[in-house]
Design a protein around this ligand. Structure first.
Ligand SMILES: Nc1ncnc2c1ncn2[C@@H]1O[C@H](COP(=O)(O)OP(=O)(O)OP(=O)(O)O)[C@@H](O)[C@H]1O
Ligand SMILES: [Mg+2]
Length: 527
């Protein structure tokens, strides 16, 4: 008995040669006859070969000549196979792709084996000469297509399993090779007046990675694991009935790497980034549309959420209570309030609108999405906004400690250790300096500056910072003591006032009693 594979091994190769022969020489046949002859040739081949052919065209004609996604995915898949096997390749510079895309050249064939079954892919093109341009001139247009040929006995496996495998793999390759984008929302005014899309984009090319991110190593590994688990969790999320998305809240003082972390996340996952500027969003429905316009495999970012909108329910109340806040803190707060008030005038997005945008019913439209909020003041956010399930992972970005310093020193000075490390370790653990400031000190300012100069500058800065912090703490202590004295004085004055008022009251009452007594005496005498 003959094995189907064996027959295909013989006839398949013959067929591929015949197809190749036909695709090369058909151009010499008048095009009026070509379709007719092609049908005939394929019919004859079908009779002797037992092979099945599926054709995938570059453009889907039924959708007004839209580029076929299946064709692109197959081309990506074949580019992987053909670079290794085919003799003639074609290099394309494709829009949205960061590298050249190599694919099968026209009239070239390549073999693929899946679950022990051999298939042949061939690439062809056909010139159609009955197209007309806008001036009614006849123009020829090349229509490309890929043909998959296989033995009839594998029809079910190929159509059900193999094709799904090819499309899936091809899509993955396409996503990996695509040029990633940084999107930013156009203000509602621009959007309506200029008829632009809701999002504008530029190529995303931030160099930050988890390797260059300075933070506690254990924490960093935890975040990477969490992200990887998320990307592989499609089935899991479906099983537990949750939309496939995850929220991260990054909080910490300025310059601790919150924005850098977002870029590192995007580079790690190969995702696009949507930087959502809430202050320019007109209202809740606009926000909903913006979110609907975002694609999967992306990170939606809202920076400085505490000053984007009036989402901080407790802020005013808290401000009244905490009269003892530092001056600097007050200044920052005032600035943020001003920014917020300005934004309130422009935007009518409310807390509930934002909550809906994050996890309303429709937010699950396109899966695999990460939402990141950043803030300098985590305590001031409404708990509803950051509860687990909405912001699943709360990550504190802290001042630079020794672990983080070592990463920065490796990035900026290419060193792993130095005699001064002991001193620096002690200083960074005692001082609150942001990684941004540490990095600035480590960066050589000229070619003459060597490692030692940079480390010395850092030590000097750390010492100054420590001294400053000490002075500030002292000042704060004095201020606190002064405030306590003032408070006590105020209390004593109030008590004195109260005492005086009580005495006055007593005197008044006594006088009244005395006067009333006189009157009653007078009245008594009269009676
Ligand atoms: N953890 C870090 N690792 C590496 N570089 C860092 C880190 N933190 C800060 N930097 C450096 O400092 C610069 C500023 O950091 P970044 O913008 O990420 O801070 P941020 O926390 O977002 O600050 P803000 O709260 O003001 O937005 C970055 O360009 C980066 O070079
Ligand atoms: Mg930032």
């Amino acid at each position: 008995m003959f094995e189907a594979g064996a027959i295909w091994g013989f006839t398949g190769t013959t067929m591929a040669s015949l197809m190749f022969f036909w695709s090369v020489y058909k151009q010499f046949v008048p095009y009026q006859l070509r379709d007719y002859l092609e049908k005939f040739v394929y019919k004859m081949m079908g009779l002797v070969s037992n092979s099945v052919r599926i054709r995938f065209t570059e453009y889907t004609e039924d959708k007004g000549l839209k580029k076929s996604q299946a064709y692109d995915s197959i081309r990506n898949y074949l580019s992987m196979k053909s670079t290794a096997r085919a003799k003639r390749l074609k290099a394309n510079e494709t829009k949205n792709s960061k590298a050249l895309v190599l694919s099968l050249d026209d009239h070239e064939a390549v073999e693929d084996v899946f679950q022990g079954v051999k298939v042949i892919w061939s690439s062809s093109s056909r010139k159609s000469e009955y197209q007309y341009d806008t001036n009614r001139n006849s123009v020829s247009e090349e229509k490309r297509y890929l043909t998959l040929s296989f033995h009839n006995s594998h029809r079910d496996m190929i159509t059900e399993t193999y094709l799904a495998h090819v499309l899936r793999e091809g899509k993955e390759i396409g996503l990996k090779n695509r040029e990633r984008k940084l999107y930013t929302n156009n203000s509602s005014q621009d959007y309506s007046s200029w008829r632009e899309g809701r999002w504008s984009n530029v190529p995303f090319d931030h160099p930050a990675t988890f390797e260059t991110l300075a933070m506690d190593l254990e924490k960093k590994e935890g975040i990477k694991k969490d992200l990887l688990k998320f990307t592989k969790g499609k089935d899991y999320y479906r099983k537990v009935g949750k939309p496939w998305k995850r929220g991260y809240l990054l909080f910490g003082p300025p310059g601790t790497g919150k924005s850098t972390m977002i870029s590192a996340m995007a580079n790690f996952l190969n995702y696009d980034v949507y930087d959502l500027e809430l202050t320019t969003v007109k209202d809740n429905s606009e926000l909903k549309k913006l979110m609907l316009d975002t694609k999967g495999k992306s990170i939606v970012v809202i920076e400085d959420i505490d000053c984007s909108l009036d989402l901080t329910g407790q802020r005013k109340k808290k401000k009244d209570e905490d009269e003892d806040e530092e001056d600097e803190e007050k200044k920052k707060e005032a600035e943020k309030l001003l920014k917020r008030e300005r934004s309130e005038r422009e935007s009518k997005v409310t807390l509930s609108g934002l909550l809906n945008a994050i996890d309303g019913l429709w937010s699950a439209c396109s899966g695999e999405k990460i939402i990141v909020f950043t803030t300098n003041f985590v305590d001031k956010l409404d708990p509803a906004l950051i509860r687990r399930g909405r912001m699943d992972n709360h990550i504190e970005m802290s001042y630079c400690r020794f672990e983080a310093f070592k990463v920065l020193a490796k990035n900026y000075l290419e060193i792993e250790s130095h005699d001064m490390y002991g001193e620096i370790e002690r200083l960074v653990e005692e001082t609150n300096m942001s990684p941004a400031d540490v990095a600035e000190n480590l960066m050589p300012k000229s070619d003459e500056e060597d490692v030692e100069t940079c480390l010395k500058r850092l030590v000097k800065s750390l010492e100054e910072e420590k001294e400053k912090a000490k002075m500030l703490a002292e000042e704060e202590k004095n201020k606190k003591a002064e405030r306590e004295v003032r408070r006590k004085k105020k209390k004593a004055e109030e008590e004195e006032k109260k005492k005086k008022a009580e005495e006055e009251e007593k005197k008044k009452k006594k006088k009244e009693v005395e006067e009333n007594g006189d009157v009653s005496e007078e009245n008594g005498n009269k009676i």
